[in-house]
Design a protein around this ligand. Structure first.
Ligand SMILES: [Zn+2]
Length: 468
């Protein structure tokens, strides 16, 4: 079977509104058949194209002794070496601005996007016009899958900047024919205005970060507005932070807004395509394998792990002609399963989302700690507010973890110390040794974007002791 690559999608196509699928045949296909008939075909075309157009991969694969025509199965594909974030950065330093992996001419580029650069030099992404259409199609298809329809008003409460998430939500909403409400975030006073507009325009779908949705709700409540009653949201979908996949955070968001909370997103290098996302049933993110091919790999053996097991995420674009990522080692930890989802889609799922983001992980006393594990415990205990900080410090060369947690307003002051004990005990039961410091409501800074909740002060300790 030979299909044109990259795929061209009919921009006027829409499924019937009552159909839960965008492309029922593809989404519910027998997985082995889908792998053979669709994924492998797209993958082989992507590899051939990439080899011919990207000197980054050409050199890399030649060094490994691999040619695209050698890849005849998905098992063969595992011979392709991984691509790391550092390799992309290095390549972009040597070949600024896009590296030697930009496969189209400047004339074909539609957009420059990038990473925020908070953890090192920003990575630049060039996106072609054709890719823009395919991205819109992918987003629309997945948003359809979690229930967005033409009559919905999609409020995008996130930065319109280098950050891709907001643009993806906008493109998807527009392609799907829904009403896009690109509100943005980050300007002084904007949260209060967001609350006004939410009451006035009554948008039905929200996109942003989990942290920001909780902050908006908190501000609304202070003004006597109940988000579940006075707003009109039925779906909130998120990327950029793991929160929407953290069970107790998801529960909080759903109860606060009286709406469903959908987890989505993979990692910045892949995100022009939002190919990890939950469906309306919220049983963990589906890996939409015919859009972006995802693998879960054992970090030690670097082999794909069987379903049911934990591994780190590796992603491959299947329809990106501008700057494809092939076996990109995102390195986030998750577990995948292939048991059936009530929606009928046959894609594998990440039942607990991506709970270990490589960028968020820190090491305390030799143990890997993920902030989402602490968040899940904390937000599962009634009496605690939504905000917290994790401070890692050093006491006589030993690491100490301090969790600063806000309690809710109006709590009986006598309850505060028992709440502290409860959180410490539950953290301990989850293998997390921490000292809890109770903080009065509204003390900790709020965010309109991705929260930075981990403060590592160990360098400071080292600096002070070295000077002595
Ligand atoms: Zn599903």
């Amino acid at each position: 079977m030979s299909t044109p690559w990259p795929p061209q999608y009919d921009p006027s196509y829409l499924p019937p509104p009552d159909c839960p699928f965008w492309w029922k045949d593809v989404e519910t296909m027998d997985p082995a058949q889908r792998e053979e008939k669709i994924i492998l075909q797209k993958l082989q075309a992507q590899l051939k194209y990439t080899y011919e157009h990207s000197s980054l991969y050409k050199k890399k694969w030649q060094r490994a002794g691999i040619r695209p025509e050698d890849i005849r199965s998905l098992a063969d594909f595992e011979q392709i070496p991984f691509l790391t974030k550092e390799e992309i950065r290095q390549d972009q330093r040597e070949n600024p601005p896009f590296g030697s992996n930009l496969c189209v001419s400047r004339k074909e580029l539609a957009r420059v996007q990038g990473t925020s650069g908070t953890t090192g030099k920003p990575t630049a992404f060039g996106i072609s016009r054709g890719d823009m259409q395919r991205i819109a199609e992918a987003h629309a298809r997945i948003m359809w899958g979690f229930g967005v329809r033409q009559e919905d008003i999609v409020f995008i409460g996130s930065f319109f900047s280098l950050y891709w998430g907001s643009w993806g939500a906008l493109l998807g909403a527009e392609r799907l024919g829904a009403v896009a409400f690109p509100f943005g975030a980050g300007v002084a006073g904007q949260t209060d205005r967001a609350i006004e507009w939410m009451k006035e325009v009554r948008p039905t779908v929200f996109y942003g970060t989990p942290s920001y949705s909780l902050y908006i709700a908190e501000r609304a409540k202070e003004r006597g507005i109940d988000p579940a009653r006075d707003f009109n949201f039925r779906i909130l979908f998120f990327s950029g932070e793991p929160g929407a996949g953290v069970p107790s955070t998801k529960k909080r968001i759903e109860e606060t807004y009286g709406a469903v909370c959908i987890d989505s997103g993979s990692t910045a290098e892949m995100t022009p395509w939002m190919a990890n996302s939950e469906c309306v049933h919220r049983q963990g993110m589906h890996l939409w394998q015919d859009i972006v091919y995802a693998e879960l790999v054992d970090p030690a053996t670097q082999k794909r792990v069987p379903y049911g097991q934990e591994g780190v995420t590796v992603y491959t674009h299947l329809e990106r002609n501008s700057q494809p990522m092939i076996r990109f080692w995102a390195g986030d930890i998750s577990r995948w399963v292939d048991d059936p989802c009530p929606c009928g889609r046959t894609y594998p799922r990440l039942p607990r989302g991506i709970y270990g983001r490589a960028d968020d992980m820190f090491v305390v006393r030799g143990e890997n700690v993920y902030p989402s594990a602490i968040e899940n415990v904390l937000r599962g205990i009634p009496g605690f507010g939504d905000e917290y900080r994790i401070i890692i410090t050093r006491e006589k060369t030993m690491d100490e973890m301090i969790v600063q947690a806000e309690y809710v307003k109006g709590i009986d002051p006598q309850m505060i110390s028992s709440l502290k004990d409860k959180l410490e005990a539950e953290l301990k039961a989850n293998g997390l040794r921490a000292v809890v410091q109770m903080v009065e409501p509204d003390r900790l800074e709020r965010t309109e974007f991705k929260a930075r909740r981990v403060i590592d002060k160990r360098d400071l300790y080292d600096e002070i002791t070295r000077k002595r």
